[in-house]
Design a protein around this ligand. Structure first.
Ligand code: GSH
Length: 202
């Protein structure tokens, strides 16, 4: 089984951390959707990271579906069993994913030539990002997000989204504004599983 994509992608990193926590064996190949387009296209014509190539050659796109396949293989998930805790985890995981989506959106907007940027759209996604970070920070401050001992999908999604923000758009994510989230993410980054899959800073 092969996971393809750069670890500067929050989606690739979330899938990798989750697969490891589910104790699955898989290889990882750092292929960039931008710098190595042809190589990526040969693996997945959609050129989307992450892509998972299963042992029989099936290609799965979308991190949530890759994680679903990991759960199928492992016969378990990292989500809590109890219904209300499970629902809260789904809710917080969604917020973490939206935070990552909006951070990626801000980064992609910045890649546009100045004349093709649309300020109202940039403001919209910055507001959405900041709302997501507010919600994650409140959850971290209230003890709903942590660094274990049992990491939940919401813990992973929040920490990875924050790490991505700090790496790519630190000016949009000052630590002083979201200290509880920053502390939760920093505790996660100190764990072996996060160190095993560090942000690719090249
Ligand atoms: N919803 C997707 C998002 C994945 C995504 O947007 N990945 C980026 C890299 S961070 C990508 O493939 N960008 C190239 C493109 O969309 O064409 C997931 O969860 O896997």
């Amino acid at each position: 089984m092969l996971l393809v994509g750069m670890l500067d992608s929050p989606y690739v990193r979330r899938a990798a951390v989750t697969g490891t926590l589910l104790e699955l064996e898989f290889e990882h190949r750092s292929v960039s959707v931008f710098r190595h387009m042809d190589e990526f296209r040969a693996i997945n014509p959609l050129i989307k990271a992450p892509s998972l190539v299963t042992d029989d050659g099936t290609v799965i796109s979308e991190s949530l579906l890759i994680i679903q396949h990991f759960e199928d293989l492992a016969g378990r998930s990292l989500r809590p069993v109890e219904a209300s805790a499970r629902m809260r985890d789904l809710s917080l995981t969604g917020i973490g994913i939206v935070a990552a989506d909006k951070a990626v959106g801000i980064e992609y907007e910045r890649k546009r030539p100045e004349a093709q940027r649309y300020a109202p759209w940039q403001e919209r996604i910055a507001t959405q990002l900041h709302t997501a970070l507010d919600l994650l920070d409140a959850a971290a401050g209230g003890g709903e997000l942590s660094a274990g001992p049992e990491l939940l999908p919401s813990d992973i999604a929040a920490a990875i989204a924050w790490g991505f923000c700090r790496f790519v758009i630190p000016d949009f994510a000052p630590v002083e504004r979201w200290p509880a989230l920053a502390a939760q993410a920093s505790a996660c980054e100190a764990l072996d599983v996060f160190k095993r899959w560090p942000i690719d800073r090249e």
